[in-house]
Design a protein around this ligand. Structure first.
Ligand SMILES: Cc1ncc(COP(=O)(O)O)c(C=O)c1O
Length: 450
């Protein structure tokens, strides 16, 4: 094979200036870790650094790095058929088999999928399908999407509009009209009003009902929610929240889109995040963990009721939606093999057990360092807040970034999200010893920052 890519650190550092890196000012992309190879939870840089990836990439490398089965699956599939159009009249075996595997997997009423290449596209598909559904149901005025603060649903125009973090909007004049944001059930810092005797879950559910009534139920198409909010600040909802949300949405004929892009495929210690609350979705977006990042893939599952509306359309009413790479043969083959690995290696159960270990380690750090508070998580989706003072709960964003930088200098990759939360979402295959190393390295970073 004559093809090769340089591993010379200085050359790569110079040429890296020719690409943009997402979500950061270019000036903060100093001394990047140029990852040449990785195994398990370990990243190896071209400058000789070795780092424990406490984030599994971007919450997605569920089976861990360096798996040697998936490259074989991809190669075999690419040798037969890497890609073909999935538009009318053509399809391929891996996408068919993966669709069949996903049917009923998340919920008995979700049996039909449309594939995309990532989570933003999955949510765009969900929004367009919701608009389509209500038009076909004779209610074209139902077009508003209700979302929550601290939500992250992606970066394309509609997905970023559904995202509930101002930092993602202000440079682009977003959100688009029709996206409404309400308080999320953040039990540590709830930003809505709470009535006497109400729980945060009840107050946040009431905020949804009030928003539907304020906007007019005849204009509200759907409510979108991550089971556990991730990139916006890692918020685990109280148990009473989602059952109330389902009741309210049923009452006002509002569809529910569950965004499982992070939670799906084991991350929270159950196969899907919605399993924790027995939530029935009308649509479900997924991406990330479906291939553990080995190839790009996402998708949107739709309920049988929505599927019937698409199937019963006249030619003029066709669901005119589609991506070139939908049902990509190699990506779907890798997705199938990745799900088989998650099942065979019992990684969902490992995520549950290692998540408990991680959470108790983080709680020990809370006992030791007054700046650490609000330790929370489900499975291997955990976070801690860095605060100036526990009694006032005042956030310390600068210190959170300093701790994250000190951790990186100590060989631990974490991510500051939602301002002052340090998030941890390592591979679901992480070992007990590696969990303990996360805690040790984070402890040293907290010590160093002081
Ligand atoms: C919950 C959630 N939804 C959607 C997305 C968007 O996915 P992508 O970056 O693949 O477009 C993300 C990405 O982090 C996410 O966390």
């Amino acid at each position: 094979m004559t093809f090769s890519i340089t591993t010379d650190h200085e050359t790569l550092l110079e040429n890296d200036k020719r690409q943009l890196h997402g979500l950061h000012h270019p000036n903060s992309h100093k001394n990047p870790l140029i990852v040449e190879r990785a195994e398990g939870v370990w990243l190896h840089g071209t400058d000789g650094r070795t780092v424990l990836d406490g984030m599994a990439g971007l919450w997605n490398v569920n089976i861990g790095y360096g798996n040697q089965e998936l490259p074989d699956v991809a190669r075999d599939q690419m040798q037969k058929l890497a890609y073909t159009s999935g538009f009318v009249g053509v399809t391929n075996p891996p996408s068919i088999e993966l669709a069949a595997k996903l049917a009923g997997m998340a919920h008995p009423t979700l049996n039909t999928v449309y594939f995309s290449s990532g989570g933003s596209e999955a949510n765009e598909t969900a929004f367009k399908t919701v608009f389509y559904y209500w038009r076909r149901m004779g209610k074209p005025q139902k077009r508003k999407i209700i979302s929550r603060y601290q939500a992250y649903h992606g970066i394309t125009l509609a997905a970023a509009s559904a995202t509930g973090v101002e930092a993602y909007w202000k440079a682009f004049g977003l959100p688009l009209d029709g996206f409404v944001h309400i308080p999320n059930p953040n039990t540590y810092r709830y930003r809505g009003d709470v009535k006497d005797g109400e729980t945060i879950g009840q107050a946040a559910a009431r905020a949804l009902e009030e928003a539907i009534l304020r906007e007019g139920p005849e204009t509200v198409a759907a409510f979108i929610a991550e089971p556990v909010q991730g990139a916006g600040g890692l918020v685990v909802p109280p148990d009473d929240y989602f059952p109330l949300v389902r009741q309210i949405c049923d009452k006002y004929d509002v569809l529910i889109i569950v965004d499982e892009v992070i939670c799906g495929f084991g991350r929270t210690g159950t196969m899907f995040g919605l399993d924790h609350w027995d939530l029935r979705p009308d649509l479900l977006s997924f991406a990330k963990g479906i291939t553990s990042g080995y190839l790009p893939l996402g998708g949107t599952l739709i309920s049988d009721q929505i599927r019937e509306v698409i199937l019963s359309a006249s030619p003029e009413e066709t669901w005119m939606h589609g991506f070139t790479y939908s049902g990509h043969a190699a990506a779907c083959a890798v997705g199938l093999a990745n799900l088989a690995i998650i099942e065979r290696k019992n990684l969902v159960e490992n995520a549950r057990q290692m998540g408990e270990r991680l959470l108790s380690g983080l709680n020990r750090l809370r006992d030791e360092f007054p700046m650490v508070d609000n330790v929370r998580g489900n499975g291997l989706l955990c976070g801690v807040e860095i605060v100036k003072d526990r009694s006032t709960r005042e956030a310390d964003n600068a210190k959170a970034v300093a701790v994250s930088n000190a951790a990186m200098a100590n060989g631990l990759r974490s991510r500051a999200v939602g301002g002052n939360t340090l998030a941890f979402s390592p591979s679901l295959a992480i070992t007990a010893d590696e969990v303990d190393q996360i805690i040790d390295r984070l402890g040293s970073a907290l010590d160093a920052v002081g």
